[in-house]
Write a protein that binds this ligand. Structure first.
Ligand code: GDP
Ligand code: MN
Length: 381
């Protein structure tokens, strides 16, 4: 789960990282008011969950409260990379001398968190990694020891940070590590961390991504999820504990087990089709869950055929079949459907599905080929 800039910076601030004063609003008149309180010289920042807002015109400096209101009106009407701007952050403007990058993520190969710093801040780190990889300094953090002082100093020295800022930099690095650790984040990033003309370090931008699998132990953080920007299908999938990822193909897939889901997608591709989604209904799914999954698949207008690949173990074929029928009573559809049902109660399942207009298949390859053919309009039940 991605957090907005204002949410990330609030968390950073709780860990002692200096951030600009500011306020969030979805109203231009209120932006003017906030600007007045901050002394007039502010930056208006669109709160959308994509990077590169600056380049897209979603970050603008205002020199007066009136200008703040005008820019707020403009930005609140914008769309950035397909996302409409619903909220803005009005921050006291910083006088920037230079921009640094500081971030932590997990290095899967090293099986450790890695903290990275670069003197080339303000630019996306992926670009720095491509163009000037030697400008990224890394230290690996032993999760049992945490970030050590000397590691923060190594980063500071590595990016040629003037000595006078080392103490403050080390505090910020430590705060960032603690925020990352305590929130179960997979990314915590300050880009840019700036040196101001007043010679202070200040986190001007902030980004956090939290591990969805750990959110259950952070109800306060889970509440920060912005439902406005999440596709409705994903909200719905989460409600029923389905792992659902929308893709851009035409064959909707309903599968139990993530390995089987990946294998199913591979076989579809191998035979020249493209999956419309990854969907794992998990083990022992109830008919309600199956019905929800089918509704979600069918809500995607790109879906031209649905493939059910159910390998019954804990999951029972009859339960899945009942779920499919229940969903089909709610959603009228003429999208062709192919089922491949084996394992526990497969026969009962097939019996139930014989009432529905289904194409059946015995093997996965057979099922994939039939689904692809059906998606091209070649077959109907
Ligand atoms: P991003 O483009 O989505 O990463 O948004 P940022 O918050 O990082 O802002 C982009 C750029 O705008 C920064 O790298 C800065 O150069 C500039 N910027 C952001 N806030 C301020 C500010 O308060 N004052 C000044 N002068 N520039 C700012
Ligand atoms: Mn940024």
């Amino acid at each position: 789960m991605k957090l907005h800039e204002y949410q990330s910076k609030q968390i950073f601030s709780n860990y002692g990282i200096p951030i600009p004063s500011g306020g969030v609003t979805s109203n231009a008149a209120e932006a003017k008011q906030i600007a007045e309180e901050l002394g007039g010289h502010v930056v208006i920042k669109s709160q959308v969950l994509v990077g590169g807002r600056g380049k897209a015109g979603g970050i603008r400096l205002a020199k007066s409260p009136q200008e703040a209101e005008d820019l707020a009106t403009q930005i609140l009407g914008m769309e950035i990379k397909g996302l409409s701007v619903r909220r803005i952050l009005v921050d006291e403007a910083a006088n920037i001398e230079s921009e640094i990058y500081l971030g932590i993520t997990n290095d899967r190969a090293k099986r450790k968190p890695v903290m990275m710093a670069s003197s080339e801040g303000g630019v996306e780190i992926e670009q720095v990694a491509r163009d000037t990889p030697d400008k990224i300094i890394k230290v690996y953090i032993d999760p049992l020891l945490g970030l050590r002082d000397y590691q923060a100093r190594d980063l500071a020295a590595g990016i040629d940070l003037p000595r006078e800022h080392w103490r403050s930099f080390a505090q910020i690095a430590l705060g960032l590590w603690q925020a990352y650790l305590n929130c179960d984040a997979t990314l915590a990033e300050i880009n840019p961390l700036v040196i101001t003309s007043g010679n202070r370090l200040l986190a001007v931008d902030g980004k956090m991504v939290l591990d969805d699998n750990a959110l259950f132990r952070h109800p306060d953080l889970a509440e920060m999820r912005d439902l406005d920007i999440e596709p409705a299908a994903e909200t719905e999938a989460r409600k029923f504990s389905l792992s659902y990822i929308k893709l851009d193909g035409h064959i909707g897939c309903m599968v139990n087990g993530d390995g089987l889901a990946m294998a199913t997608m591979d076989i579809i591709k191998l035979h020249g089709g493209k999956p419309a989604n990854f969907l794992d209904i998990g083990g022992g799914a109830s008919s309600e869950k199956v019905a929800a999954a089918l509704r979600i698949i069918l809500s995607d207008p790109n879906v031209k055929a649905v493939l059910f690949n159910i390998f019954g173990g804990i999951t029972r074929g009859d339960e899945v079949a009942r779920g499919i029928l229940a969903a089909l009573q709610e959603v009228r559809t003429d999208v062709p459907m192919v089922t491949r049902l084996v394992g526990t109660n497969a026969e009962e399942g097939k019996q139930i599905l014989s009432q529905a207009n289904m194409i059946t298949a015995d093997t996965l390859v057979d099922a994939a080929q039939k689904a692809i053919h059906a998606a091209q309009g070649g077959l109907s039940g």
